[in-house]
Design a protein around this ligand. Structure first.
Ligand SMILES: [Zn+2]
Length: 262
């Protein structure tokens, strides 16, 4: 009986995460085209048919319909499924890392982590699609930074202020020297995230972003889908680095510093 109840609880956690990310997916689709994210029911992107309750069950509906609209048979992007699936997994990751709290769903620290990962995911997809990072996301991260003064007091104010400039200032300098080196949205993302993460983790995040972005770039050059001198959205790679650094940035930095001093 306890096993069943515990199973239901984990499923509930996964579902909550999946539902939240399902909404974030709506933001990713609608924000760049100027549609309201709160008004207007969920509809099929090709025929516009309003989705029924049965079609709104995260992950399950997509698999059940084999990725096709029941009205027009139009193919539904796999992004819907993967966004929901990722949301469920990240919700559980946040709970396992920062506690599920008294509600059984998420502690305040876990909630902050989940909100940050959600914003990063929206930033990554919208930047990938449109090469734009909206200021409202920077503001959201800045608010999380303010909340983290209470929720993550381990990072002192000085640590956070250094974090806000240690990556963003060099990026700004490079962007002024070399046209198109970094977009303003990327720079602001690293500034507000640096305040949230502290200086060690934001440096780690930049390294991870450069490594993943570099691997992608080499892959695209080899595949001849990107020519020398072409630019690509760097935001998604920064987002991957920042997300990982929120959880493991300080540990990675400590490990690396210990490695240097030995
Ligand atoms: Zn349809």
């Amino acid at each position: 009986m306890i096993v069943v109840l515990s199973g239901i609880l984990w499923l509930l956690r996964f579902t909550v995460g999946a539902c939240v990310f399902s909404f974030f997916n709506v933001v990713i689709c609608r924000l760049p085209v100027g549609e309201s994210v709160v008004r207007g029911r969920s509809h099929c992107p090709s025929c516009g048919r309003i989705l029924t309750a049965k079609e709104l069950i995260p992950c399950v509906s997509y698999l059940w319909q084999r990725g096709k609209c029941r009205g027009c048979g139009g193919k539904i992007s796999g992004r819907y499924f993967w966004m929901e699936f990722t949301g469920g997994l990240l919700f559980i990751l946040c709970g396992v890392s920062f506690g599920f709290g008294r509600s059984g769903l998420l502690s305040f620290q876990g909630l902050l982590a989940f909100a940050y990962l959600g914003i990063l995911t929206m930033v990554a997809w919208i930047d990938w699609d449109t090469r734009t990072i909206y200021d409202r996301f920077h503001i959201g991260i800045a608010l999380l930074g303010a909340a983290s003064l209470w929720l993550f007091p381990g990072h002192l104010l000085a640590d956070r202020f250094i974090g806000a400039v240690v990556i963003a200032l060099p990026m700004l300098a490079l962007a002024l020297l070399i046209e198109g080196a970094f977009g303003g949205g990327d720079i602001k993302l690293m500034a507000v995230s640096g305040f949230l993460l502290g200086w060690r983790a934001v440096v780690v995040a930049m390294f991870l972003g450069l490594i993943t972005g570099g691997v992608y770039c080499i892959w695209m050059l080899v595949k001849k889908r990107l020519a020398r001198g072409d630019s690509f959205a760097f935001g998604p790679f920064l987002a991957i680095g920042l997300g990982a650094a929120f959880f493991w940035g300080d540990k990675l930095a400590d490990w690396y510093l210990a490695f240097l001093w030995q």
